[in-house]
Design a protein around this ligand. Structure first.
Ligand code: HEM
Ligand SMILES: *[C@@H]1O[C@H](CO)[C@@H](O)[C@H](O)[C@H]1NC(C)=O
Ligand SMILES: *[C@@H]1O[C@H](CO)[C@@H](O)[C@H](O)[C@H]1NC(C)=O
Length: 349
């Protein structure tokens, strides 16, 4: 028994090592993945998102960002949702880019609870994140697009990896391009996806160094003096990471997914240093002008870029697991059982 058990463990370890190889991890996601196993999967997620949106429209922005922050760290594997690590240590969730600003966790939990009632152990948390982001885009932007699914959930979440992989608002154009390129996304896709900043808000900490230098008022390059003054009235010079004040990124329509982001940039109203960087690079600025001029062009390409982002480093098939609770890795017994039953070891040997 012991031998069989450890052989099984070794096999599982070998499989999970194989799963992390990029070549094999390009495995196929599929639109309608849950058609047979949980036909109302996408409807249940949509209902959870719609219910939350009715109470707080800002939650849509939170859900779009959750999917982005998931995909950029260890691929789209719901690692961003883990509240604890089996191995101990601090998680992505508590890292500065995520805490306290990330929101929407309880919507994912509500969707997962409904799914576990309807089709137990079937729908991954990583797929829920991708569906919820799409539903948020539909609710705010009237953009509908099919989401390829079949992602599996990871078992590791490390604070430092969030710091190393998520682009901070202090990045230059070249740094933004490089970071997205490292995630298989082009400069154009970086500009397209940045348009998500047409919804939602930011805590003062992410832009305070553009308006205050200590107690001295300043106006960062590319920021309109009038807008800087408004932001200064909102955010004290003593702002810290946890100062609970936020500014809308598109003040005119913070809950509408339109192409206003690209129109605000030339007016000196990009909230972050990084937003304004899309203006200082000639190629990027050409794209900004195109998306400002044609909203349907932006929406069409934005949806395609979201789908591509949703493919970053995904685990599929027999890799990873379907978490029962999105906040914690499955207990070992469930994982082993799941591995043997769901991962088709017989077929692969
Ligand atoms: C290009 C590099 C990016 C940088 C530097 C960046 C940075 C930021 C920062 C600093 C915030 C505010 C956090 C806070 O409250 O302090 C924010 C908010 C947000 N970001 Fe980004 N972001 C980037 C790309 C993206 C992408 C690719 C998406 C999605 C496709 C996205 C979606 C959002 C949304 C929706 C919010 C508002 C969240 C809310 O209201 O809860 N961002 N971003
Ligand atoms: C991204 O960067 C990491 C770490 O530097 C590297 O291992 C990986 O191969 C890069 N991925 C791509 C697609 O460039
Ligand atoms: C805007 O983009 C769409 C593609 O989504 C295209 O069909 C349309 O012709 C463009 N409009 C203009 C004025 O260029």
């Amino acid at each position: 028994m012991a031998t069989q058990g450890s052989a099984r463990l070794a096999l599982i370890a070998a499989l999970s090592a194989v799963c992390l190889l990029p070549v094999l991890a390009t495995a196929q996601l599929r639109v309608g993945f849950y058609q047979k196993t949980c036909s109302n999967a996408e409807a249940l997620v949509r209902q959870a998102v719609a219910a939350a949106f009715t109470k707080d429209a800002g939650i849509a922005a939170g859900l779009i960002r959750l999917h982005f922050h998931d995909c950029f760290v260890r691929g789209c594997d719901a690692s961003v949702l883990l509240a604890t690590n089996p191995g101990g240590g601090r998680t992505e969730r508590v890292a500065i880019p995520n805490n306290p600003s990330l929101r929407g966790f309880e919507v994912i939990d509500a969707a997962k609870a409904a799914l576990e009632r309807s089709c137990p152990r079937t729908v991954s948390c990583a797929d829920i994140l991708a569906f919820a982001a799409r539903d948020s885009i539909t609710l705010t932007g009237n953009v509908v697009y099919p989401v390829p699914a079949g992602r599996r959930d990871g078992s590791v979440s490390i604070e430092q990896e969030a710091l190393d992989n998520l682009p901070p608002p202090t990045f230059t154009a070249q740094q933004l391009i490089d970071r997205f390129k490292n995630k298989t996304l082009t400069a154009e896709e970086m500009v397209l996806l940045s348009g998500a900043h047409t919804v939602g808000r930011s805590f003062c900490a992410s832009f305070v160094n553009r308006i205050w230098n200590g107690n001295t008022p300043i106006v960062d390059a590319g920021l309109s003096p009038a807008y800087a003054a408004q932001l200064r009235a909102l955010c004290p010079s003593t702002t810290t990471q946890t100062t609970p004040i936020t500014a809308p990124m598109d003040p005119g329509s913070p809950n509408v997914l339109d192409n206003n982001y690209y129109k605000l940039l030339p007016r000196g109203m990009g909230l972050f240093f990084s937003d304004n960087q899309l203006r200082v690079d000639g190629n990027l600025n050409g794209l900004v002008n195109r998306f400002a001029a044609n909203e349907s062009l932006w929406k069409e390409r934005f949806a395609a870029a979201m789908v591509k982002m949703g493919r970053i480093q995904v685990q599929t098939g027999s890799c990873g697991q379907v978490r029962l609770n999105c906040n914690v890795v499955n207990p070992t017994s469930v994982h082993l059982e799941g591995s043997v039953e769901e991962e088709g070891l017989v077929a692969t040997s």
